[in-house]
Design a protein around this ligand. Structure first.
Ligand code: AHM
Ligand code: MG
Length: 336
């Protein structure tokens, strides 16, 4: 008698990592998956704080109510600061990079993360996400330095996100395709549900905050017209029929487009020439996943994968999704 093989994330990571990468790297991914489960658990009770707690944002255990993004940030640090696997961490929530506190040993990997992305959606019960990227150290002489952290997305050895939506999903890549796992809440395990994810073609969605239209360059506006099917002259070329979807949580917008096909764009603006999306914690890891899923990410002129950050919180214009659409964006932005 045979039964369907149930693949937990632990088993999948173990079976799919080369022998050489097992050990620290494998356990680092487990630790991130553990953080994901704890954040998902906490999130399920979000909103109940005020009902269960007392005045002054104090919960029933007498603990101060914490904002979810701060909770997620501290949790990711605490689960990883003492394991001997990392030499540096950087979080979107913190001004400076973080060294490994003494007396813990330092390790060979670097973790960059946005603990809870989609801040405008946190308090209104709309999907949000965690984004992470893992690099190898660059400079062994120090206990972690900016050189270790400020690397190109192309140098990532793994990246992924956790989507807290109608179910919790863990999606990651170590350079061998993109694989998605869904949390089975009763047993607390991520189970393989979406092996080898690829952007489907033809794409069906474009996702952007068009309220910034007047702030965009004429070239970006033209591209937006093309996405909408308003550009009659250029419609001679093939253009898929696209529909609009925008959540305002990058992980959720990216994930939907990965499953259905589409493009997310956050262009440069007159008053924000680098747009809004952060290179290190948002665009970089998602660019890595996009390429692994047959897609592409560009700042409008060049691959985001090749941009070396010079600053921890650097922003970058972001066009990401099906390769055909992102390359079309580059054509428009070049004025062609
Ligand atoms: P955050 O890091 O403050 O959460 O901002 C990033 C988020 C992304 O998730 C999302 O794509 C974008 O901001 C939405 O911005 P806007 O509200 O300008 O459309
Ligand atoms: Mg963010």
């Amino acid at each position: 008698m045979s039964s369907a093989k149930i693949e937990t994330i632990e088993r999948f990571i173990l079976e799919n990592q080369p022998q050489s990468a097992q050990g620290d790297f494998t356990h680092l991914l487990y630790d991130i998956a553990l953080a994901a489960k704890l954040i998902a658990h906490k999130m399920k009770r979000a909103g109940l704080g005020e009902i269960l707690g007392q005045a002054g944002n104090v919960n029933v255990q007498g603990e101060e109510q914490q904002k979810l993004d701060i909770y997620a940030d501290e949790l990711l640090f605490q689960l990883n600061d003492h394991t001997g696997r990392l030499c540096a961490l950087a979080s979107e929530e913190r001004e400076e990079m973080m060294e490994i506190p003494r007396p813990y040993q330092k390790g060979t990997y670097v973790l960059v993360y946005d603990p809870l992305d989609g801040s405008s959606n946190i308090d209104v019960n709309v999907s949000i996400g965690t984004i992470f990227g893992i690099y190898r150290y660059v400079d062994w002489e120090t206990r972690g330095s900016l050189k270790d952290v400020l690397q190109r997305p192309r140098d990532l050895v793994a990246a992924g996100y956790i989507l807290y939506g109608s179910s919790t999903m863990f999606v990651y890549s170590t350079g061998d395709g993109v694989h998605g796992f869904t949390l089975e809440p009763d047993v607390g395990e991520f189970l393989l549900s979406h092996p080898h994810m690829r952007f489907p073609s033809p794409p069906v969605y474009y996702s952007t905050n068009e309220s910034y239209y007047e702030e965009w360059t004429p070239e970006a506006q033209e591209f937006y017209h093309w996405l909408q099917g308003r550009d009659a002259a250029r419609d001679r070329e093939y253009r898929p029929r696209l529909s609009s979807r925008y959540i305002g949580s990058l992980v959720a917008d990216f994930h939907r487009n990965l499953l259905r096909g589409g493009i997310f764009m956050y262009p440069a603006e007159k008053s924000k020439p680098d747009g809004k999306i952060r290179l290190l914690y948002e665009a970089g890891p998602l660019a890595y996943l996009a390429e692994q899923a047959g897609g592409y990410a560009s700042d409008g002129a060049k691959p985001i994968m090749d941009i070396k950050p010079t600053d921890l919180h650097q922003r970058v214009p972001c066009y990401i999704g099906n390769r055909s659409l992102v390359e079309k964006a580059e054509l428009f932005l070049r004025g062609e």
